[in-house]
Design a protein around this ligand. Structure first.
Ligand code: C5P
Length: 222
């Protein structure tokens, strides 16, 4: 970070995928590695922010100084996030599942039970980010992420408005060298009155640059 620290503030970050159980051995997941959210938590904690990281199932070490809570499903992530409020800043970098099995089976589903196919009924998960932005204890700054395969700005601006965010960091996925699993990325950061491009750069560097924008916004008169 370039000088403007979040020292003394409470920063709540989500990272990684969520796993939605179908039965005791199977689940619906996604390709999120958690690297971006972990890099953000590390960059917030280093200069002195009290940082809570709510992590889905990932294989990453906890950054120094970060309080980490591991969760598995979207419902668990939502409960932990809400219990962790209030915070000054919320950064939703997790790739939260949009749908979860309506009735997870308590025993392993057998092949023969489905005949030639199996129909799984899915229901929508709660939108954690939109919930935080509409919360009675809304953080001063709420930041979302958007992983898009096209129409980056239009989709990101739609989410910014619809979920009532202050900032949204959008990136293209399905493009070589960016997005899920990669160490480098390019972030397009949109606010109601601006747009900035960060990178291409390592996710650790992008995390610092994004937090600089957050710190700058927090200094604006309310
Ligand atoms: O609408 P979409 O899923 O693309 O929005 C992505 C943003 O919303 C991310 O910041 C993600 O963490 C958040 N999100 C959430 N809860 C959901 C779905 C997405 O917090 N159920």
């Amino acid at each position: 970070m370039s000088g403007r620290s979040l020292d003394g503030l409470r920063v709540l970050v989500t990272a990684g995928p969520t796993f939605e159980d179908i039965d005791p051995v199977r689940f619906i997941g996604n390709r999120s590695s958690g690297k971006m959210g972990f890099a953000i938590a590390a960059a917030a904690a280093a200069p002195g922010a009290a940082t809570v990281l709510v992590a889905g199932p990932v294989a990453l070490d906890t950054p120094p100084g970060v309080e980490r809570v591991d969760v598995r499903s979207a419902a668990q992530m939502q409960a932990v996030v809400e219990a962790a409020l209030p915070a000054d800043v919320y950064i939703g970098a997790a790739a939260v599942a949009d749908f979860t099995p309506a009735r997870p089976a308590t025993a392993k589903i057998k092949k023969r039970a489905g005949g030639d196919g199996l129909v799984l009924e899915l229901v929508r998960t709660a939108d954690i980010l939109a919930g935080v932005a509409a919360h009675a204890r809304r953080p001063r700054l709420v930041v979302g992420f958007a992983a898009e395969t096209g129409d980056l700005e239009a989709n990101a601006r739609d989410k910014l408005a619809r979920k009532r965010l202050d900032l949204i960091a959008a990136n293209l996925v399905g493009v070589a060298g960016s997005g899920f699993g990669a160490d480098d990325n390019t972030l397009h950061v949109f606010s109601a009155d601006g747009a900035r491009v960060l990178g291409p750069a390592p996710k650790t560097e992008l995390a610092g640059a994004l937090l600089d924008i957050v710190a700058e916004r927090l200094q604006r008169p309310r």
